[in-house]
Unconditional design. Structure first.
Length: 477
């Protein structure tokens, strides 16, 4: 039985993103996947700006941009005629919400392609994925977790991350429940198809008619495919065969059955929202859909999941490679579970028409001000002065130009960064990168320690407490 630092169960976007993050930190990690290959469908096709910043840091943004494109404008049809455009995203609202981010619109990439890109990056960094490895149970003691496999030898690791989806076998083996609700009782068909006779310039929407639910057909950027989504009445058993998909398309649109030439992937689901009661049990962590299940409306599931991985990756690296106190890992649930709960509310609200896509869905405004890792030592941090114009500990560190260079270029990589604006930088461990500049908004004057995941950990107007703060993460001069 082999032993490794971390076993990640599930080779979806969450597991692969975490694998990439750990590989670049030199952590010995293995990704195992029940299926014989990567997921073949488009399901989570929207990348929000904050996730794109994460993917830029992980070294895959060029490939992501080349593989996808912006969302097309919706086109509403009735009786075979175009009756008007449907704009889901107000360009001016999106631009305002993007603020300093280099990525000011959601980016469409089919989930299967995002996974291929992350998989290639993982292999480039020397990471490993083993397919056909179904987990049937686990045991853990004070030091290790043993995973029992349906085929092949058992696996042993210091830590395990369950990224194996909403029906997570690992979560069930741990006995962790999920609390949630059915967002919509009507079942939905989602599939990737090839279509003739339909332009790729619009997201084609066919509103409900009589007892039939809606039909929507979206061209998938970077491919020849369309994603077809059809809603059915409650209690319907959804048929995912080619003949059935042709029939429902012809019944709800002006397309002929033979216009659907191929079904490349098809699935059925019922929108629901659920949150795991805990994100950790001993040496096992839950991430992605194993920890929270979203309605697809608003595109929050995959994005929240990738950021789970981004939060957990640097903390595992700090414990396993830098000698940080393992208690640091307690902050994963402390920070991510409230965010997941918040984003579940957003995705459910979008589904029900109560929340608009825009600032709420881009995830750029999320942060960890209430975290035990966030320390703001500036005297004015608790007053009602001009602090709203400045960055607080726990906030996403904004991008800006310092001496003609992007801060995000300085942040990129698995290190911490100290920003010294209008004050002198103290002596630091070699692994901490330093950027010096004049006091400027949105930061103001002071010292800002930026975590490896791009959030401000400590903000102060002097070097007091910086050495002690960094020592919590195993970083010492």
């Amino acid at each position: 039985m082999s032993t490794t630092d971390v076993v990640i169960v599930g080779a979806g976007p969450t597991g692969l993103a975490l694998g990439v993050d750990l590989a670049r930190r030199g952590v010995d990690a293995l990704v195992v996947e029940k299926a014989d290959g990567l997921f073949p469908g488009s399901r989570g096709k929207g990348l929000q700006p904050r996730t794109m910043e994460v993917l830029e840091d992980l070294g895959v943004m060029d490939a992501i941009q080349a593989a996808g494109g912006t969302y097309p404008v919706g086109m509403v049809w009735k009786d075979g005629e175009r009756v008007g455009e449907h704009v889901m995203l107000d360009p001016e609202e999106i631009k305002r919400a993007a603020g300093d981010s280099a990525f000011n619109v959601p980016w469409m990439v089919p989930q299967w392609r995002t996974q291929e890109i992350l998989f290639d990056r993982l292999e480039e960094l020397g990471g490993r994925v083993e397919f056909g490895r179904e987990i049937t149970g686990l045991d853990q003691d004070e030091e290790y977790v043993t995973l029992h496999c349906a085929s092949g030898p058992d696996l042993r690791a210091r830590y395990v991350v369950a990224a194996d989806g909403g029906r997570s076998a690992v979560r069930r083996a741990l006995g962790i429940g999920m609390t949630g609700e059915t967002v919509d009782p009507n079942p939905v068909l989602v599939c990737d198809v090839r279509i003739t006779g339909l332009d790729r310039d619009n997201w084609h929407v066919f509103p409900p008619n009589g007892d039939d639910g809606f039909l929507a057909i979206c061209p998938l950027a970077g491919t020849e495919d369309f994603q077809l989504v059809a809603q059915f009445p409650q209690g319907t058993t959804v048929d995912t065969s080619l003949d059935a998909i042709r029939k429902v398309t012809a019944a709800r649109s002006h397309l002929a059955p033979e216009d659907i030439t191929e079904v490349r992937w098809a699935s059925e689901f019922r929108p629901r929202a659920a949150l795991a009661d805990r994100f950790r049990s001993g040496h096992v962590f839950l991430a992605g859909d194993a920890a929270h299940v979203h309605s697809p409306a608003g595109g929050q599931g995959l994005n929240t999941s990738v950021q789970d991985a981004y939060n957990l990756g640097w903390k595992l690296g700090a414990v396993l490679r830098d000698g940080a106190d393992p208690a640091l890992l307690d902050t994963y649930e402390e920070e991510r579970r409230p965010i997941a709960a918040q984003m579940l509310g957003v995705s459910t609200g979008v589904h029900r028409g109560e929340v608009q896509r825009g600032a709420a869905t881009m995830q750029l405004g999320l942060g960890y001000r209430e975290s035990s890792l966030s320390e703001d030592a500036r005297p004015t941090a608790d007053t009602d002065t001009d602090m709203d114009a400045e960055v607080r500990a726990g906030d996403r560190a904004p991008d800006t130009q310092v001496a003609g260079k992007r801060l995000f270029d300085a942040f990129r990589g698995p290190h911490w960064t100290l920003l010294a604006f209008g004050v002198d930088a103290p002596g630091l461990p070699e692994s901490v990168r330093c950027v010096q500049g004049a006091a400027q908004l949105p930061y103001g004057k002071g010292l800002f320690l930026v975590r490896p995941d791009g959030y401000v950990g400590l903000a102060g107007d002097s070097a007091d407490g910086i050495e002690e703060y960094l020592a919590r993460f195993g970083l010492r001069r």
